[in-house]
Write a protein that binds this ligand. Sequence first.
Ligand code: FAD
Length: 312
Amino acid sequence: MYDLIVIGGGPAGLTATIYALRKRLNVLLITKDLGGKTNFRLQLPEIEHHLVINGEEVISQFVNEIEYLDFARVMDKVEKVDRTHDGYRVSTRSEKEYSARTVIFASGANAQRLNVPGEKEYMMRGLCYSAVSYAPLFIDREVVVIGDTGLALRASAELSRIARKVTQVAPTHGELDTPLGQRLLQSPNFTVMEGFHAERVLGDDYARTLIVKKGPDVRELHAAAFFVELDLIPNSGAVSALVECDSKGRIKIDARNRTTAPGLFAAGDVTDAFAEQVLIAIGEGAKAALAAYEYLLEQPAEHPVVHGERPY
Ligand SMILES: Cc1cc2nc3c(=O)[nH]c(=O)nc-3n(C[C@H](O)[C@H](O)[C@H](O)COP(=O)(O)OP(=O)(O)OC[C@H]3O[C@@H](n4cnc5c(N)ncnc54)[C@H](O)[C@@H]3O)c2cc1C
């Protein structure tokens, strides 16, 4: 039985694993990949180097370490986590089962896709899924934001501070009546195309044009980048029967990354913690590992934390 199983090898899960190894916990990382969403990088014409934090570089050190420590990782998909009398049982797609006294769930969240022709070709080539990461690149440019939730409004608000023109393609009225929506509507460089849907992405090496449609009204929008800002879908399914989630399916955690299930911690984009960013996920992963460690220290003497079992 492990002291700790970490599920998910993105910034949150990798950091939690490394931190737990440093604490000499008997830890296993189970993940579908190493690096998570830091494996995506936005490419833009005429912008070779940019100032956003390059998540891949920050996290690649941890990936190297985990690749070397092959005893501490299993590449597999977790299907289910169940409660047992002394901890948790983790079942995977390849029909393996692993037991641990504690679990850190760090499976991230997926960006919703537009599912229109051209999206696959131009994904991360001018078609971007994280305005909070890339908005600062668009000084004095024209950009398009697609979406009608609070996420899209926040993207438009951030972009409208620096871009020359922001056009929001909003299928519904959405949250435009909120204070943020009302403030945006007063911005001289902001236009909303209410009732329009994205139909197709066109371009050359990069996305250059978005075709949008409202009934018979079909228009072409040209921009330096197109931000798909639809709500993220948290990968919380494997534990959703065990823990409390918010209305968006994100796992509710407290300041110590505790979920409502004792010994089950969560970190990163799968949780309701503020903001989806690499540095935040790293901090949340470290916090979760420390919280799990302290939880183990408090367990009765028949389940002591075993130090130094690993050749690390
Ligand atoms: C396109 C894009 C670009 C971005 N660019 C930036 C940027 O430049 N700077 C920045 O700070 N942030 C950026 N972000 C946000 C940042 O990538 C995320 O906030 C961060 O990666 C979250 O880390 P995480 O560990 O919580 O989740 P993720 O990075 O999503 O990692 C989740 C991990 O869990 C694994 N997993 C999922 N389900 C299972 C399962 N059932 N079983 C086993 N493993 C599972 C996945 O394979 C993955 O390894 C970007 C996001 C996107 C979508």
